[in-house]
Design a protein around this ligand. Structure first.
Ligand code: SF4
Length: 279
């Protein structure tokens, strides 16, 4: 290839592409346990079919509820965390619970419990069906509210004292706009930005790359909240292709300069596989 052709086909792989710390810890922990035991997990351990398939081959059993887990089994809590009621049911069944909740989310769990003790009603901005939000809700007391759209903020009951937090993977714009709407619904409001620092770092780098590129490949799964948020943010600056495996690369559709970034649940090896397929 000539120098001019090489320049035309410039490709950059993001420094922060690959697993985030929380996902890396959960996958590594699951792999270690699977070398010794049959292990259950409620819901997909991470939102990445490539990794799920590989862990399934090693013996990971994914179920959708506590009831499906036999008594005294080994089970893992995935990085998103688990509602308190489910942890308690598992303990009652004599299950050995291995907790791989992301430390960043564990810190938010502690903060929620403390805020509740201090008399705050908790409002969570995020998707009520997402596992992470369900785990927050279970720790936030009876007066918790979940805000996923403007109408939810409008419908908030009036509170004397409220703390507003958010799902760790939502966009900053959504957090600010919904928190602003909820502000008038309490006499005192504490707004805490609980968007994950890893997600912020990843987005900042992706936007910088998108501004210098004609296309960004985002490696990740459409079920992953942080991947979809990344895709919306990057899509404001250039064309986006969401790809979950090297088989999905369509060379004739690629535009250069190209950048490759990833969601938090895509392993670095998958990102590099996709980059090799592109070349
Ligand atoms: S995206 Fe952030 S909060 Fe979520 S698992 Fe990764 S490090 Fe933890």
């Amino acid at each position: 290839m000539t120098t001019a052709a090489k320049k035309r086909k410039r490709m950059t792989i993001a420094r922060f592409a690959g697993f985030c710390g929380g996902v890396a810890m959960a996958v590594k922990g699951a792999e270690k346990l699977l070398s010794e035991n049959e292990v259950y997990c409620i819901g997909d351990i991470i939102h990445n079919s490539f990794v799920i398939e590989s862990l399934k081959k090693k013996g990971l059993k994914t179920v959708s509820s506590v009831e499906e887990i036999p008594p005294h089994s080994h089970m893992i809590i995935r990085a998103h965390g688990l509602p308190l009621e489910e942890i308690s049911s598992l303990t009652k069944k004599g299950c050995v619970v291995h907790d791989f909740t992301c430390p960043i989310l564990k810190k938010i769990h502690k903060d929620i419990i403390q805020l509740k003790r201090k008399g705050h009603e908790i409002a969570i901005i995020g998707n009520p069906r997402h596992a992470e939000v369900k785990a927050f809700v279970s720790r936030a007391g009876e007066k918790v509210s979940v805000i996923s759209k403007a109408l939810d903020a409008d419908a908030l009951p009036y509170a004397r004292c409220r703390a507003i937090i958010c799902q760790s993977t939502i966009s900053g714009d959504l957090f600010v706009s919904l928190a602003a709407k909820a502000l008038g619904k309490s006499a005192q409001t504490l707004v805490i930005d609980t968007i994950c620092s890893d997600a912020k770092k990843r987005r900042k780098e992706a936007v910088a790359l998108a501004k210098k590129s004609k296309m960004v490949i985002i490696v990740g799964d459409s079920k992953s909240s942080n991947t979809m948020t990344l895709s919306v943010i990057v899509g404001k600056h250039c064309a986006v292709a969401l790809i979950s495996s090297a088989d999905e690369v369509k060379k004739n559709k690629i535009r250069y300069p190209l950048a490759i970034v990833s969601g938090a649940s895509s392993p670095r090896e998958l990102v590099l596989d996709i980059a090799r397929k592109v070349c």
